[in-house]
Design a protein around this ligand. Structure first.
Ligand code: ADP
Ligand code: MG
Length: 237
C-alpha cells in the first residue's frame, strides 16, 4: 500500500503554481475565478475544511487525488471547485460537450452533488445533467446528453448511455470524479466502474474520494490514477 501521510494534511509539495497556497485556510486565498469565489461567498463557504485544505492545492493544479475523509467532512466542494475551475480555464463552452463526469453510488447522493454544483456553479455558463436510474425520460436524455458539460451519474445509468446512446461522446472529458468510491465498490459496481473507466480518455485528471481506505480502493486507485496525491484526513473533534 502507498504511504499515507497522517501527520500532515499535505502529502507532497513540489514546485508548482499552487504550492504557495498550501497553507491557505480560506477559499478566498486561492486564485479562483471570480464566478466561483462569488458563489462560495454567497453560500457562506469561507473557511475550508481539512480535506478541502489538503486536496485543493493539488487538485487545482491538475493532479490526481485519492482523498479519504469521513462523511460530513466536505468532500463535495473538494471536487466541485476543481471541476469548475478546470473547465473555466479551458474556456469550455456548449459546443465542447462533456468536460467532466462525476460518478456517485446512489441517486440520492448524485442529487445532492447536483444541488451543490447548481449553487457553487451558478455564475458559470456550464450545462449540467443528472443521469440516474429510475427515470422514464431516458430517450430525451439520450438526445441531450452530448450537449451537457458536466454529467453527474450513477454507474449503471452512465454505462447505459455509453452502450445505447448514439454518438455518446466523452472523448474530450477532462476531469473524472469518483465520489464515495468505497460505496460504489461495496454496491457491486466494480465491473461497471471498470467498463466505464476503460471507455474514458486516458489523458485526464481523476479525483477519487472515499470515506475509508480499503484494499479495493487501493486497487481502483492503481487502475485509475496517475501518480496521485494520497490524502488521508482524520479530523479531531
Ligand atoms: P462529505 O461529502 O464529506 O460527506 P459534504 O460535502 O456533503 O461532506 O459536506 C458536509 C456538510 O458540510 C454540507 O452541509 C456542506 O454544506 C458543509 N460544508 C462543506 N464545506 C464547508 C465549508 N468549507 N464551510 C462550511 N460548511 C461546509
Ligand atoms: Mg459526499
Amino acid at each position: 500500500l502507498p504511504h499515507l501521510p497522517n501527520n500532515s494534511p499535505i502529502g507532497r509539495l513540489e514546485d508548482n503554481t499552487y504550492s504557495r497556497y498550501a497553507g491557505a485556510s480560506r477559499f478566498g486565498q486561492f486564485p479562483l475565478s471570480k464566478k466561483t469565489k462569488d458563489a462560495l461567498r454567497a453560500a457562506k463557504f469561507v473557511v475550508m475544511t481539512d480535506i478541502q485544505r489538503a486536496s485543493l492545492p493539488h487538485a487545482l493544479c491538475g493532479r490526481d487525488i485519492l482523498g479519504a475523509a469521513k462523511t460530513g467532512s466536505g468532500k463535495t466542494l473538494a471536487f466541485i471547485i476543481p471541476v469548475l475551475e478546470k473547465l473555466y480555464r479551458e474556456r469550455w463552452g456548449p459546443e465542447d460537450g462533456v468536460g467532466s463526469i462525476i460518478i456517485s453510488p446512489t441517486r440520492e447522493l448524485a442529487g445532492q452533488i447536483f444541488d451543490v454544483l447548481k449553487d457553487v456553479g451558478k455564475h458559470h455558463n456550464f450545462s449540467a445533467g443528472l443521469l440516474i436510474g429510475g427515470r422514464k425520460d431516458v430517450d430525451m436524455e439520450k438526445e441531450r446528453v452530448n450537449e451537457l458539460n458536466i454529467l453527474i451519474c450513477t454507474p449503471g445509468r452512465l454505462l447505459q448511455h455509453m452502450d445505447e446512446t448514439p454518438n455518446f461522446d466523452c472523448s474530450q472529458m477532462q476531469v473524472l470524479v469518483l465520489d464515495e468510491a468505497d460505496r460504489i465498490l461495496d454496491s457491486g459496481f466494480k465491473k461497471e466502474l471498470n467498463a466505464i473507466i476503460s471507455q474514458l480518455p486516458k489523458r485526464r485528471q481523476t479525483l477519487l474520494f472515499s470515506a475509508t481506505q480499503t484494499k479495493s480502493i487501493q486497487d481502483l486507485a492503481r487502475l485509475s490514477l496517475k501518480d496521485p496525491e494520497y490524502l488521508s484526513v482524520h479530523e479531531e473533534s
